[in-house]
Design a protein around this ligand. Structure first.
Ligand SMILES: [Zn+2]
Length: 147
């Protein structure tokens, strides 16, 4: 039985320059209904055509989600961070590839065992990186010759 004036005063408040916030109270600490424009746009990346979570391609789904029930959490996070690509050769990991976790700064040089010092590499790229005998550019041409 309240009139429009009472309702307006109770439910609509001034926050900043906006007089029409559906909120608990005015000023700082107010709890208010977010406006449409305040929700950041987060674009959805389409799932590739014939993909299914049941197709067994752990690498694809781990890269996409940053997690997979059959993939160790750390590997899945690294896959997502690297967007599914090997940091050494830059190629996408494929289902069945052997992945190894590498310390970017080697432990022998004080590198820590934390996520930001870790990267995923193909096993063969890891070997190349560790051997340090083959410069990276030579390694690339050598590898493409092996395909
Ligand atoms: Zn690689």
């Amino acid at each position: 039985m309240k009139n429009a004036y009472w309702i307006t005063n109770k439910y609509w408040h001034t926050i900043g320059r906006n007089n029409w916030n559906f909120a608990t109270r005015e000023g700082k600490g107010a709890v208010k209904l977010a406006s449409h424009a305040e929700t950041p746009i987060k674009r959805h990346v389409k799932v590739e055509g014939e993909r299914s979570p049941f197709d067994g391609d752990l690498i694809y789904w781990s890269s996409r989600m940053g997690k997979h029930p059959e993939m160790p959490n750390q590997k899945a996070l690294l896959l997502k961070k690297q967007m599914g690509k090997c940091n050494y050769c830059g190629l996408y990991f494929k289902d069945g590839d052997l992945l190894e976790t590498d310390h970017i700064i080697p432990k022998s040089q004080g590198g820590k065992n934390e996520l930001k010092n870790l990267q995923l590499l193909h096993r063969h790229c890891h070997d190349l990186k560790d051997s340090r005998l083959v410069p990276m550019t030579m390694g690339l041409s050598k590898r493409s010759g092996m395909r």
